[in-house]
Design a protein around this ligand. Sequence first.
Ligand SMILES: [Zn+2]
Ligand SMILES: [Zn+2]
Length: 330
Amino acid sequence: MVSMHAMVLDKPGTPLILRERPVPTAGEGELMIEIKACGVCRTDLHVVDGELNLPKLPIVPGHEIVGRIAAIGSSVRGFTIGQRVGVPWLGATCGSCPYCRSGAENLCDTPGFTGYTRDGGYATHAVADARFCFLLGEHSDDAEIAPWLCAGLIGWRSYRMAGDAQALGLYGFGAAAHILAQVARWQGGRVYAFTRKDDTVAQDFARSLGAVWAGGSEELPPEPLDAAIIFAPVGALVPAALKAVKKGGRVVCGGIHMSNIPSFPYALLWEERQVMSVANLTREDAREFLDIAPKAGIHSEITRYALARANEALSDLRDGRLQGAAVLIP
Ligand SMILES: [Zn+2]
Ligand SMILES: [Zn+2]
């Protein structure tokens, strides 16, 4: 038996356990990937902490996979052994529901999600549906581009949903915001970064990536925002962001989970302000972002952890000890 290693969640609320398993085989339409790096996303934390319903259990989390193709299943076209590929959160769609047929596959009625309904990248090997794998080329380090696969892609989708924003607020300056700030700046926008009160380290970090202003999330920016994107899982940021956007401005919630949104006066929403959420991603989002990210010279600030230290990486993310993104290296 050729074996692999994986960090496995048996039950939400318990630590991941390092297990040895047989290397999976690539079924029809699948790629088997030797993993080089896998980013740690806040969604993984929600899965591990039991804040999301019905993950496959036991599950191997992780949906920011960068690896090399080690085997190719039957009927797969367009890939060769050894190519570097990325595997994102959207792992499968039905292709036939009304959402899939109308270009909104991110809302598919029966989707598969990497590291949630299918085993993901906290492992040495994984299989993935080839239609949802992306060639990554050879332009940068495996670990540095791992966060592009979700923080980058979901950030990009959120940014597009925010509309044509010149003055853009980012609430929660973690993995997604630190990538998106660079994209927005590259496109000529002005980024306003909102962090936990008095988190001067995160505020300095935001300014170092081109934010024109950084402050606490309860503060008002020096100019009204065209749009705001909330990445922190904190419902109280919704009314806070509504206060900061101008008439007709949009507040986009970019996370999969958030604490309850407190009630707020209608006056905050009045004048055609909008609140919306972003769910998952489409393959078109991935193609767009993976095309512009190298052109924009996106740099990821990462902290590397050996695969077996996945629990430590999750704790550091949970407790706000990370600058940028955590990446597991098998
Ligand atoms: Zn569908
Ligand atoms: Zn994610």
